[in-house]
Design a protein around this ligand. Structure first.
Ligand code: PLP
Length: 453
């Protein structure tokens, strides 16, 4: 028995210390975790259960990914059937029906009529980002503009953990140990400014002018050296930073004026999180490429995808002589049959259950309920959009992140799983969430905030 009763549910963890040691856990304080493990054993719908049956409401859809809720029967059964019928098929110079079918349906049904007509399948969000960055560079080269080698990211951005993603990303802890990373990368300023934006409901009014920062970088580097700009429409892992009204539209205009590709990293915002198929649709701004993962398969099988505008794809097709390979890039698991089967079933569930519309309909209730935490101890900001939310706390002196982490463990003990990133408690329930469960998340957080204070 290894759980610390005051900070973790009674997990009655059956895994002994020797066994716990071998798994080097990602983005985890391994030493602390292994002293007091939090082990999930099963899931259904809105809930997880720990090994000894402690029921936990999932306030974060796993890691922002289980949008249709856990262990949806149609998705489970599609994966089971596919595993028995065709476990693996290469997609290098071979194919299998589901990869074409899912690509076609995604392009036709997720955001139709916007020109995002081709999709490259990857394994996860990080590989979707790497794919987009590589396609951007190769696109300009194919058009005879190989001088465009620079990639522009943004401060406080998370684009996964590949060398490309951490280079354009803007979170110091994810970057500082890893040397110079990609050359020729620069960053826009963050869109977040608490002084002007604290407790904004939805998109902040203040800050559209921050898009002009791209003009600063054009002035510094010259547009002829810049290949692409990548941003999360709403920054997720950096703490749910919502773009000011007009910001994304202005970025699009500046990119157009200078021949720079615009990439939206929608690993979190795609598949209904903002009440639409993609964030691009929510914001009415169409990028040249979109990366996604997570909700692509309801997270039941790892997969990612990079959508490209037809002009990008056509450039590659046109620039390659004869029947040569147009892009020297791909993963063993690109279009993996189990991922495709999971994805197709997931899309059916989203559509048949109207989950994107459901998220849109719940968003005002979510906003109103979450903002009731204003005035709670140490709360310095609350942010929300769609079914994303964040409660930011003032850090404890000399102990960064500790207070938010205690709120996380306290809430977990009380039966609600939230996510903590830095000083921020991040929320993103599955889109099947009920109003009463939104109440439960917020009431539990309220109690936890008081207790930790
Ligand atoms: N990009 C964004 C915006 C993300 O939120 C994430 C993961 O949270 C990633 C990329 C990386 O995805 P993965 O962990 O699947 O590699």
């Amino acid at each position: 028995r290894m759980s610390a009763p005051s900070t973790a549910p009674e997990t009655n963890c059956n895994i002994d210390q020797a066994t716990l040691g071998a798994f080097w856990m990602p983005f985890t304080a391994n030493k602390a975790f292994k002293r007091s493990p939090r082990i999930l054993a099963k899931a259904k719908g809105m809930h997880y259960w720990t090994e000894d049956g402690h029921k936990v409401l999932d306030g974060t859809a796993g890691l922002w990914c289980v949008n249709a809720g856990h262990c949806n029967e149609r998705i489970v059964s599609a994966i089971q059937k596919q595993a028995a019928a065709l476990d693996f098929a290469p997609t290098f110079n071979m194919g299998h029906p589901l990869a074409f079918e899912y690509a076609h349906r995604l392009c036709q049904e997720l955001m139709p009529g916007k020109g995002l007509d081709q999709v490259f399948f990857t394994m996860c969000g990080s590989t979707a980002v790497d794919t987009a960055l590589k396609v951007a560079l190769a696109y300009h080269k194919a058009r005879g503009e190989g001088s465009r080698f620079r990639l522009i990211g943004r401060e406080r951005a998370y684009h996964g953990v590949g060398f490309g993603g951490i280079s354009v990303g803007g979170m110091l802890p994810n970057r500082r140990a890893f040397g110079p990373m990609l050359p020729g990368v620069d960053h826009l300023r963050t869109t977040y400014d608490r002084e002007h934006q604290a407790f904004s409901k939805g998109q902040p009014e203040w800050g559209a002018h921050l898009a002009e920062d791209l003009e600063r970088l054009v002035g510094l580097h010259d547009a002829s050296t810049i290949a692409a700009v990548i941003v999360e429409p709403v920054s997720g892992s950096a703490g749910v930073l919502v773009p000011p009204y007009g910001y994304l539209k202005r970025l699009r205009e500046i990119c157009d004026a200078h021949g720079i590709l615009l990439i939206f990293d929608e690993v979190i915002t795609a598949f209904g999180r903002l009440g639409k198929g993609m964030g691009a649709e929510y914001f009415g701004v169409i990028p040249d490429m979109v990366t996604c993962a997570k909700g692509l398969t309801n997270a039941a099988v790892p997969a990612g995808a990079t959508f490209v505008q037809k002009h990008v794809y056509d450039t590659f097709m046109g620039a390659t002589p004869g029947d040569g390979i147009e892009l020297f890039h791909g993963y063993t698991y690109s279009g993996h049959p189990l991922a495709m089967a999971a994805g197709l079933a997931t899309l059916d569930v989203y559509q048949d259950e109207g989950l994107f519309e459901r998220a849109a309909a719940l968003a005002p209730y979510w906003e109103e309920t979450l903002h009731a935490l204003k005035g709670h101890p140490h709360v310095v900001d609350i942010r929300n959009l769609g079914l994303m939310g964040a409660v930011e706390l003032v850090p404890r002196a000399g102990k960064p992140g500790q207070r938010a982490f205690q709120v996380f463990t306290t809430a977990l003990h009380k039966g609600v799983m939230v996510r903590v990133t830095g000083e921020t408690i991040a929320l993103s329930p599955p889109l099947i969430v009920e109003k009463g469960q939104i109440d439960q998340i917020v009431t539990t957080l309220s109690q936890a905030l008081h207790e930790v204070a």
